[in-house]
Design a protein around this ligand. Structure first.
Ligand code: M6R
Length: 375
């Protein structure tokens, strides 16, 4: 069942190129001719998209991180103001009801109690108004047959295949892909980007599966070796900015949940507002420096960490190798918008190898269940 891999998590990490390929095959229209056809086949009903003004997203854990990448895409590509909420918080302090708002629940299992409850609450509060607002409830899930599937107006299936490891890997990548699809569909409908730009993004997305394969081929051995350096490490810091800030959060969550090492993900520019006080030679810092608009800023934030003697690990595009880093994990060079799906791969591998070298039960970490059905 593990197909020769030591753990399901490692198998699932290796399945990611094919997960992205499936998403591209299912959702992207190969006959996209710029004018006559749609670029993606999402078939969202007009009830959901007509006069749409805002999107709010509720999710937990890794799905919340995917949603933060989604917010970036929906705002930057489709120009729709988007608000991402922890489902467990939203339930007890929901924002005032806004008209023409789509609510998206993101849950790979489709069974997370808080996410389902937040969606149920949202539908109810909208229908209780004197002049009810259309609820427009959408789900993004890997399990269309789940409870979530039965309670949404439309479900976007992520087609990652069943995920057994408690740490979400391929389902995260599939959720982020779903957000590219949704953002491109809405951008096309609303004409917020040109057909040429859609072409460009689609061409970039089509490269992702081979680029993930390349990371797995060239970096996995390096990452396994690197993981040997942290047998006693108790804290890690992950830094990212812009579309890769959620990837820093995701890198930290992966490490925490399977290796039991304390880890924090931070927007790199926030370091100097407090957390930098934590740094010394015992706290490695992973900086996601993927090129694009924030590259120079991330490098200068990394330099600040280095000046506090932190061991600095860079997730960096091939041609950008920067001397600031002690260790470099390379990913293929892509435009910033497409970089999170590549940046997350070395972080998944790093947490996997650190946990596995510690002899931990990577697939079934202590205190955790695959889906959290308690509130
Ligand atoms: O099934 P869901 O996507 O709703 O699960 C949400 C979280 O419980 C989940 O992502 C959790 O954080 C993972 N174990 C992270 O790897």
């Amino acid at each position: 069942e593990k197909q020769g891999f030591r753990h399901f998590m490692l198998k699932e990490i290796h399945e990611q190129p094919s997960v992205v390929r499936t998403c591209l095959e299912v959702y992207f229209n190969p006959d996209w001719q710029r004018k006559s056809t749609k670029p993606v086949n999402l078939n969202l009903s007009s009830e959901l998209t007509d006069d749409l003004e805002n999107i709010q997203i509720v999710a937990c854990g890794t799905s919340w991180h995917a949603s933060l990448v989604g917010k970036y895409l929906l705002e930057q590509i489709a120009e729709i103001p988007t608000f991402v909420q922890y489902a467990s918080e939203y339930r007890y302090s929901p924002s005032p009801i806004m008209a023409n708002t789509m609510t998206i629940g993101v849950t790979q299992s489709g069974e997370t109690a808080d996410t389902l409850a937040a969606l149920g609450m949202e539908r109810q509060r909208r229908s209780r108004l004197d002049k009810p607002y259309r609820p427009r409830i959408v789900g993004i899930s890997n399990r269309p047959e789940s409870t979530l599937g039965g309670m949404v107006d439309q479900l976007i299936n992520t087609y990652a295949g069943i995920e057994i490891g408690v740490a979400a890997t391929k389902t995260f990548v599939a959720q982020v892909m779903a957000f590219y699809v949704l953002a491109l569909d809405l951008a096309w409908q609303r004409k917020t980007i040109s057909p040429e730009r859609i072409d460009q993004i689609l061409a970039g997305l089509l490269q992702l599966p081979t680029q993930i394969e390349k990371i797995l081929q060239t970096e996995e051995g390096k990452i396994e070796d690197l993981a040997h350096n942290f047998p006693e490490t108790r804290d890690f810091v992950f830094l990212g900015r812009g579309i890769n800030f959620p990837i820093a959060l995701e890198g930290a969550l992966k490490l925490k949940e399977i290796s039991y090492i304390h880890a924090e993900g931070y927007p790199a520019g926030e370091m100097k507002h407090g957390p930098i006080a934590l740094l010394d030679a015992h706290v490695p810092v992973v900086a996601i420096a993927m090129g694009g608009s924030v590259y120079e800023k991330v490098i200068s934030n990394a330099q600040e960490a280095k000046a506090r003697d932190a061991r600095l690990i860079g997730i960096v595009p091939q041609s950008y190798d920067d001397e600031v880093f002690h260790d470099i994990l390379n990913v293929p060079e892509v435009e910033e918008l497409l970089s999170p799906i590549l940046a997350v791969i070395p972080l998944q591998l790093l947490s996997y190898y650190i946990a596995s070298l510690r002899g931990l039960d990577v697939d079934q970490p202590r205190n955790l269940a695959k889906s959290v059905t308690v509130e």
